[in-house]
Design a protein around this ligand. Sequence first.
Ligand SMILES: [Zn+2]
Length: 511
Amino acid sequence: MDSSYTVLARKYRSQDFKSLIGQDVLVKTLTTAINTGRIAHAYIFTGIRGTGKTSTARILAKALNCLSSDGPTASPCGVCENCRAIAAGQHIDVLEIDAASHTGVDNMRDILDAAQYRPTNGRYKVYIIDEVHMLSTSAFNALLKTLEEPPAHVIFILATTEIRKVPVTILSRCQRFDLVRVPVETLKQHFAWIAGQEKIELSDAANELLARAADGSVRDGLSLLDQAIAQTGGHVDEQAVLDMLKRADRGVVVNFMETLLSGDTSAALSKADEIYTNGADLAMLLNDMMEWTHWATRMHPAIHAGEVTNSPYTADQREQIKKIDANVSLNTLSRIWQVMVAAVPEMQASGNQKQCFDMLIVRLMHIADMPSVTDILKNQRSAQPQTKNPEPKEQTVQKSKLSVETANDLATALQSSKEILLYSYYTSNIEVIEISNNTIKYFDRRGDADFAHKMATWLNEKTGHIWTLERIQESQNTHTITEQKKEELESDPMVASAMDLFADAEIVGVK
Ligand SMILES: [Zn+2]
């Protein structure tokens, strides 16, 4: 590779509307508008990165200023002085502004002040503002003023990946175009064509992987292709791309999901070890598992009776997924999906992906194992007629009811039911004088009027008995639970010796 190597994305940047990849609707609308002379003063292009927003903006600037015709043309020549200068980003009347580095209002005002002057070489002064959502509020306001009364010779082309961050007042003055994610098939055709131009080998399977990894972005796909060419010296095959993307083969993923859903935890864990050892990135693997779950759901007989053809799997893999699907409910698939989605940020945050991934597997196995709510209900219904005598059931319920005999019992019960507020009020303020016959005699140091009611309600529900709370007016100098615990702790020989060591030590709380 020589030092003058130009990255593919730049070398094969679309130079006219015809060669814009995958944006058919936009191309049709824009060319019709130009051909019929309906040119707006402001356009806004939005879409994910690498879909052609800036390329489209430059093509539009050429269309407006091309010298090959008397007025704007939908097919700029590409060779006249204006076309060439615009393609090189050097035309005096076409200003490309990166909003990220011109966020301030002063910058914006300077730029807009110059808009008042007529263009020097072109028909229009074209302002291309990239990532326009990055502008500050005051910069937006300055822009809005010009947009409200634009000079006849000025055209604004705004581009953004985050249209929601652009003020509505700006949006309402622009003609909006949404650049779509470029479909996998279109990307494949484009990459195959470039491979031909560059005289490199690109296998179909490798191309498919690259096109899917590009996720709709021409630029991302081409930089992956750049990387693959550099790594393989021009023989780009499936294995090379898998290695480069640190991805496990789709077949491996399908097999892995089969093991996982078969409920064999140790087999699933050792398969995960193997995939990891082979160099797969586990976040990518999770991604592939989610892709699998998505397609298994789409192909599930409960949703789709026939063949689903546009999946990324081979015919054999599709057959395998169908077999797995036959034993898995939609409910399970959807719960698996939820757990995986929740695991994505966990994997990113975790310092140890492998640990995190292993725990995820265990969680997923648990779901695959668990009967669904529908199954449980079904089982219950079918089990009910067999219970001839309802008595035993009554008894089990009784047994599980709470029994409270001492002040400590009550504290433990409150704590284990996670009644935190009641627990902390009870343990720090209540002196229990006596508990007997479902009656609690107590002194309340703080005197919360609601305490008796709250506690009685809770006890009634938990024990199945009616409780009476009898508040006495004077303290009997009995300890609260917290004080009791503190006292027990202080009399502990270990703690006592620790307190001796630190002369000023004091037990401030018991947890
Ligand atoms: Zn031209």
